[in-house]
Design a protein around this ligand. Sequence first.
Ligand code: PTJ
Length: 266
Amino acid sequence: MTGARIPNNHPRAESLRLREKLADSFVEGVVAVSGLIAHGRGEAFDYILGEKTSKPALRAIEAAAAALLTAESPVISVNGNTAALAAEEVVKLSDTTASKIEVNLFYRSFERELAIKKLLEKAGAKEVLGVGKDASAKIPELRSQRRRVDPKGILVADLVMVPLEDGDRTEALIKMGKRVIAVDLNPLSRTAQKATITIVDNIVRCAPKLIETAEKLKEQSNEERVRILEDFDNRENLAHSIVLMKKRLEKLAQKTCRRGRERCDH
Ligand code: PTJ
């Protein structure tokens, strides 16, 4: 665990490093214990995806960049796992797209809020909303701690990005008339299915790509950004991600079966 040495030539070195980052962040009070379970679930889906950014993910990244740049008051919602894995990228993305950053936790405690705020500030964030008494507003319908939001942030946002989260918040935000960008390796999760734009990819791979795409799209006209958004169909794109997983599993099954391709086709 913490402090363990991972040999560079280990076949799963990158994945082990991420695990270690999560474990360290748990010890530092950033990640919730359930965040470690969530990471494991993400790893399993990533394994099926081949740990690569897929074409549907690239399409969703482009749409997400266009959405962030065309929104009037976009907010990036940050939980423990997102802060642990992508604090610097969150700050860069917020700078590039003029989005606000708000801490929003399922397992809310003042200590965790402060630890996450500190991490984001260390990564360069000038303002972090939603901490302590600042989260004084409530999302109607939600019963969990996620309902507590900042009146200067998520409450008045027209677009909210919710990385690494599953639950009923996306539905509630959409009912409030907001658009939602999800980042979720599980295309079947409630959040992935209900979001306006779902990036089915690992946050550590897609966050730098999202920043790069937003930087490029900033140079384009607003008409071009609107066109990208109008052309994007999230349900269709999600279906492509699911089919991609199915095809990869089929390939892996054929590779695994020693009795020949035909006998393993079901
Ligand atoms: O920090 P808190 O208190 O707000 O709690 C955060 C967790 C993650 C515990 C909370 O949001 C939660 O319970 O989330 P879920 O329901 O486990 O959903 C997390 C989703 O993120 C799952 O669908 C995972 O597949 C997905 N996921 C995990 N790691 C990654 C990921 N998606 C993209 N990149 C990852 N690295």
